[in-house]
Design a protein around this ligand. Structure first.
Ligand SMILES: *Cc1c(COP(=O)(O)O)cnc(C)c1O
Length: 396
């Protein structure tokens, strides 16, 4: 029975390899950080983690986790509403709402689940979801699970958004949904204009702050801080898996009635296990740290600025960015692969992205800056980019 299907899969796998799209995992044997060790014994500088605030191996978080293991144990063996909620879960939900200036929060196992479970309970077939064309896969999947009518606008294009809002004028309710920061370019959604249009066309707004929370805005409160629109967004989703410690966990935060309905009806919340108390304990510690001081944001903003300025001076083509993502444009897929593998030999770990992850002819290397990077790390990366850039004729 299996052999026909096996051959079918082998053909698909070969095809993936032939088109150069086969993904391999690189194995790290050290904690996540600015400098990591691979199972090959090579030590490299890491410029491709979502470890924006450098908290993945932070001592204070590890202390909080160890303490919670002692007083709350390891796992919950339950979904939240049966017996999977501790005081730590409740406290973290409160803290996340305080952090974003929202009314209430619901934790999920991941932001993928938060986005997967947010649309279907809130909107029906008479409603409209108006979604940015470059939104994260989890938003796209979440929208698919919902019966609402779908409208799509070109990435960050407010003129197109307005057209779509006009098309959706006869629907009962309208929800505009966008990533805060788009992960491939590092551009920020024009939330000020989006909120204006939402008010003009009587729509609600949802923003996914996964790449922007902890990163964007002077104190890291994300795009609602950057555009000074706190309290004017109905729904924010985000992850604990990027800037906020990088372990696992996601959340939806926003208007209290919306969160209340999600607590009753959101399927990934109702039918999937509770995050372990230690993750909640670490989350609480992170929010406390970010309330006390901005040193990590300041360092991240400095590092991003420094790196991008150096790269532009060398003549690299950098996508306009307001985040900690820096897309170094190389345009050709093979060149991006070659460039990245040569950088690894120089001890700098970055990843080249090409079609279908980005549009054809738009291949690039994505560099992600972190507060964990020191000046010497940044200089080493810039020097390696300069060396390989000249070797491959990308810069003069
Ligand atoms: C990373 C990411 C997610 C998924 O977050 P997880 O918590 O890892 O599931 C969702 N949305 C966006 C925009 C992301 O960048």
């Amino acid at each position: 029975m299996y052999s026909n299907y096996q051959n079918h899969l082998i053909r698909i796998i070969d095809e993936i390899k032939e088109t150069g799209l086969y993904k391999n995992e690189r194995v790290i044997v050290s904690p996540q950080g600015a400098e990591i060790e691979l199972n090959t014994g090579q030590k490299v500088l890491n410029f491709c983690a979502n470890n924006y605030l450098g908290l993945s191996n932070n001592e204070s978080l590890i202390e909080a986790v160890k303490a919670s293991l002692d007083d709350h144990g390891y796992g919950m063996s339950s979904v939240r509403f049966i017996c999977g909620t501790t005081d730590l879960h409740k406290e973290l939900e409160r803290k996340i709402a305080e952090f974003f200036g929202t009314e209430d929060t619901l934790l999920y196992a991941a932001c993928f689940d938060a986005n997967g479970g947010v649309f279907e309970p809130l909107l029906g077939e008479e409603d409209a979801i108006i979604s940015d064309s470059l939104n994260h896969a989890s938003i796209i999947d979440g929208v698919r699970l919902c019966k609402a009518q779908r409208f799509r606008y070109e990435n960050a294009d407010v003129a197109d958004l307005e057209k779509q809002l006009q098309l959706a004028h006869s629907n009962r309710f309208r929800l505009i949904v966008t990533d805060g920061v788009f992960s491939m370019d590092g551009n920020v959604a024009p939330l000020d204009r989006i909120v204006e249009l939402a008010e003009k066309y009587d729509a609600m707004v949802m923003v996914d702050e996964s790449h922007s929370a902890g990163v964007v805005g002077k104190t890291g409160r994300g795009v609602t801080e950057l555009f000074n629109i706190k309290g004017r967004i109905e729904i924010i989703t985000g992850t604990l898996g990027k800037a906020f410690g990088g372990a696992i966990g996601g959340f939806t935060t926003g208007r209290k009635e919306i969160i209340e309905i999600l607590r009753q009806r959101s399927r990934p919340y109702l039918f999937s296990n509770s995050i372990p108390p230690m993750v909640a304990a670490a989350g609480i510690r992170i929010i406390n740290m970010m309330t006390e001081t901005n040193v990590l944001q300041d360092k991240l903003h400095f590092n991003a600025n420094y790196f991008i300025t150096c790269m532009k001076k060398l003549g690299f083509d950098i996508k306009p960015t307001k985040s900690a993502i820096c897309a170094v444009m190389l345009y050709e897929a093979r060149l991006s692969q070659d460039f990245a593998s040569r950088l690894l030999k120089e001890g700098v770990y970055v990843v080249g992205f090409y079609f279908p992850v980005v549009p054809k002819g738009q291949a690039r290397i994505r560099v992600q800056l972190s507060a964990a990077h020191e000046r010497e790390h940044l200089d080493k990366a810039v020097n390696a980019f300069e060396k390989i850039g000249r070797e491959l004729g990308v810069i003069k």
